[in-house]
Design a protein around this ligand. Structure first.
Ligand SMILES: [Zn+2]
Ligand SMILES: [Zn+2]
Length: 182
């Protein structure tokens, strides 16, 4: 089992289960109704985002949280929950984009619990300065999915920045990226 090899890592990890349960409780406590979430998974490959909410064809949702949030002890549990809640809010009705209803719910959570849930959160705001050395590099491109409003940021040219018209959105599957210079 893979788990054995990464024992040290797992030992140091935050209690993901507990953070998920607390987040869900806090969301429902203020009367917000999340959609049907079939799984919460830890993504150990995510380098450029903290979390992701994916909608399945049957309208249920899968949430992924970046492993670095859970294993880096410079990042607080609160900062970790901000990401979990950010993604949970995307499962609510009419909340795929970071505007309208999603934004309203994020503001409710921020006011009631003192969170700082926003559209994009930098490493510094998570309590980690210069997460990667390239963090000091400026963002060069902003890509927006024209179907669901997901945004991704790129600091340098890559296969994706050149051939973005061929890539699907990780969240909604649409091939509809709009490219802008930052
Ligand atoms: Zn989001
Ligand atoms: Zn999309």
């Amino acid at each position: 089992m893979k788990r054995l090899c990464s024992f040290a890592k797992i030992k140091a990890m935050k209690n993901f289960e507990k953070l998920i349960n607390e987040s869900l409780q806090e969301v429902t406590h203020v009367g917000i109704k999340p959609g049907v979430i079939t799984s919460f998974t830890i993504n150990n490959r995510a380098k450029t985002r903290w979390g992701l909410c994916k909608q399945n064809p049957d309208r249920t949702f899968e949430i992924q949280i970046a492993e670095k949030l859970l294993i880096d002890d410079r990042i607080s549990e609160k900062a970790c929950k901000e990401t979990i809640i950010h993604e949970i809010l995307h499962t609510c009705k009419g909340c795929m984009k970071h505007t309208g209803q999603w934004k309203y719910y994020a503001e409710v959570m921020n006011q009631v619990y003192g969170y700082n849930i926003k559209r994009v959160t930098t490493g510094t705001e998570k309590g980690v300065e210069d997460y990667k050395s390239q963090n000091s590099m400026a963002i060069k491109y902003i890509f927006t999915c024209e179907k669901c409003g997901a945004t991704i940021y790129r600091k340098r040219d890559s296969q994706f920045t050149k051939n973005y018209r061929k890539y699907g959105c990780a969240r909604c599957g649409a091939v509809a990226w709009k490219k802008e210079l930052a």
